[in-house]
Each structure stands twice: as C-alpha cells, then as structure tokens.
Design a protein around this ligand. Structure first.
Ligand code: ATP
Length: 361
C-alpha cells in the first residue's frame, strides 16, 4: 500500500530575516493509486509541497508518511519516490538507454538482465523504443519528456511526483500527453501527485484536486465537486474558464439588491442566509439568453463584445453599468450592441459571504 499522508505540513523560509510561510498546515490523505493534482496560482506553494514529499526540502512542521511509515527524515533516494520535472533533467552526455538505466543503478540492486527488461518494458509503454541509442540533444521536447517519464516508470516507485511536466510542450502535444499520462498512471496504479497552475489540466486529470492559495489549502475534492460546490470564492473563481461572474449584493429579506438589478430568492435559499453583505456568483456557462422578459431572474442587457471560441461564443454583456460574461452556444447569433434578455437561473447561483469569501450556498 502506498498511501501518502501529509499531516499539518508547514514550510517556513527565511528571507533576509523575514519569515515566509510557503506552506501552511497542509493535511491531505492521498489514497493508494490515486491521481491527486495540486493546483494554484504562481507562488502558492505547490512546488515546495512536492519537494518536501520528495525529500528535496526539509519539513518545518508536521509529518509526511508513505505506506504507514514516517518519511520526514529519509533521504530522497530512500523514499521509493520518482520525480519528473518540467525541465526533463536528462543527463546530456548519456543516451536514452543510459539515462534510464542510471536511475535504476542508483536506486536498486537489479541484475543487468533485469534492468534491461525493465528498460524495454517502460520504453515500449512510453513509445520511445526507437530512441534508445540517441542523446537528449537529438530528441524533440516531447520525446525528451517521454524519456523523463520513462525514467520515472522504470524505477517502479511507490509514488510519482510530477512538477508541471507538460508545460514546455505545445498545446496539442500537451493535450495528447495528458491523456497518455492518465492511461499509464491508471495502468500502473501508482499513487501520483501532479503539480500544475493550469486549472484545465487539473480538472481533466485529477481523481481529486487540491487547490492551494497563499500556502493554504482551500479545498481538496473531486474536480466536479470543486466546480459545483466550491468552498469559497477563491476556488469558485479559480476553477472554470472563463471565470465565474461575481456581483456585490446586499440582502434585503428575500431579495438581493445589486447595483443595477434586484434578484429575488426562493424561501429555501433566503432562509439559509444570515449575512447581508454577499457576493452573488454565476458561471458564464449557466447564463442563458432568452426571448422576452418572462421570468423573475430575467434582465435586459446589452451585448458589448462577442468573442468567438469555435463552437461557443464568449459574450461580454452589461446590465446598466454592471459587466459580466456569458458563454453562449455558437448557433445563437449575437451582435455587438444588440439588446438581449439574460436569465440568471436560481438553480445555478452561488452565494459567498463578502467578508470571508466562504460559500453560503
Ligand atoms: P510556481 O507555480 O511559480 O512555481 P509554486 O506554487 O510552486 O509557484 P513555490 O515555488 O512552492 O510556489 O513557492 C512558494 C513561496 O515560497 C513563494 O512565495 C516563494 O517565493 C517562496 N520560496 C520558495 N522557495 C524559496 C526559498 N528557497 N527561499 C525563500 N523563499 C522561497
């Protein structure tokens, strides 16, 4: 069993006498075989977390255990963990075969034949069999990354740690490598922690995602749960593209009063609320364009800009001076300056405490 547990893990750095808290009391239980994605904006502490698991960074407070054993004080080589970096980190003076064998020679005492057969297996898994005698400089970026992944696979570790492994690849290759990586991870069943700042990558790859901001874990849940039930406004804005629209509102009984519109609430939702200063959130893809102003949640709006995105359009709108974005199917023609009716369906709204950002509904 390779269950990886972070319990109250904290990392302080000293920056010219000033204490920086890079990771603040992070606790995550990562199940055996799980694919966990650590995601968040630049500087939120993703790499530091991963490096503590790898043993490349000391742990200031808390405990990390793997398969029930505390690994805080183990050297990186002792941890049965293989790490893949964005930079590939291949040895330039070694062929692909030598690069792959090097890791094995360092961390195992396998016979020559056993090593050869492991290299064979993992190179065919990664589709790099024909490249075994080449040097890294003779490979494309995508091929180098395959070798870097192959080098992690060949070690047959208990855990894979991956730090933005696909971010040097072009968009198309990145997307196909994502699928391939998932397939391989599933086939091998190796517990994996994958770091990215790209929410699309997190949403499509992770069994669960752990969202970090300012060193603090904001939510650890399945991608769909983070999307549908974000715990706070940060998660709501980070997950989803284009981002959720937010409106400052004041609750007056069972109505939300915004700058340019009023939003009646059902008794069910209004009854849950205590705070008055709220933020109303609606995802662009949940906003509908409708004919006439029939419903309670329909508003007259003007189209400001239409951004075509292939099969959909990103439509920038305003109600009075309040601006927001709706994602509209490509079949619905809308033109700049057009007067339309938008619906903000009640079953799609999110409400946050404006002070704390905590999700209330
Ligand atoms: P990115 O996506 O940009 O790589 P990240 O989420 O991986 O960012 P970290 O690299 O973990 O973030 O950094 C977290 C915080 O810790 C940042 O504020 C960073 O400046 C700080 N930090 C990281 N390494 C050190 C160090 N060796 N000394 C001092 N501060 C550091």
């Amino acid at each position: 069993m390779a269950e990886l547990i972070l319990d109250g893990v904290t990392k302080y750095f000293d920056d010219d006498g000033e204490r920086i808290v890079a990771v603040d009391d992070a606790s995550i239980d990562i199940a055996d075989g799980e694919f966990l994605v650590l995601v968040g904006p630049s500087g939120c502490g993703k790499s530091t977390t991963l490096r503590m698991v790898a043993g490349l960074e000391t742990i200031s407070e808390g405990e990390i255990s793997l398969g029930g054993r505390r690994i805080n004080d183990q050297k990186p080589q002792q941890r049965d963990i293989a790490m893949v970096f964005q930079s590939y980190a291949l040895y330039p003076h070694m062929t692909v075969r030598e690069n792959m064998r090097f890791g094995l020679e360092e961390s195992t005492d396998l016979s020559d034949e056993e090593m050869d057969s492991r290299v064979e297996e993992s190179t065919s898994m990664m589709g790099i069999h024909d490249l075994l005698d080449r040097y890294p400089r003779e490979l494309s970026g995508g091929q180098q990354q395959r070798v870097a992944l192959g080098r992690a696979i060949v070690r047959d570790p208990a855990v894979f740690l991956m730090d933005e492994p696909l971010s040097n690849l072009d968009a198309k290759l990145r997307s196909s490598m994502r699928t391939e990586l998932q397939r391989i991870q599933e086939e091998l069943g190796v517990t994996t922690v994958y770091v990215t700042h790209d929410q699309t990558e997190a949403m499509t790859m992770g069994d669960r995602i752990a969202i970090l901001d300012g060193g603090v874990l904001q939510q650890v849940a399945t991608p769909l749960e983070c999307y549908h039930r974000p715990r706070n406004q940060f998660v709501a804005s980070f997950i989803g593209e284009p981002s959720m629209n937010f409106f400052d509102v004041r609750r007056e009984g069972d109505r939300l009063v915004a700058e340019d519109f009023e939003y009646p609430l059902s008794a069910e939702i209004a009854g849950k609320l205590e705070a008055e200063a709220l933020t109303l959130g609606v995802r662009p893809e949940d906003i509908e364009l409708v004919e006439g102003e029939a419903g309670d949640h329909d508003y007259a709006a003007e189209v400001l800009v239409v951004e075509p995105m292939g099969n959909e359009n990103s439509v920038h709108l305003r109600i009075g001076e309040t601006r927001f974005i709706a994602t509209v199917g490509g079949m619905r023609q809308v033109a700049q300056g057009e007067a339309v009716t938008v619906r903000l369906p009640e079953d799609a709204i999110h409400l946050f405490d404006r002070e704390t950002g905590e999700a209330l509904h």
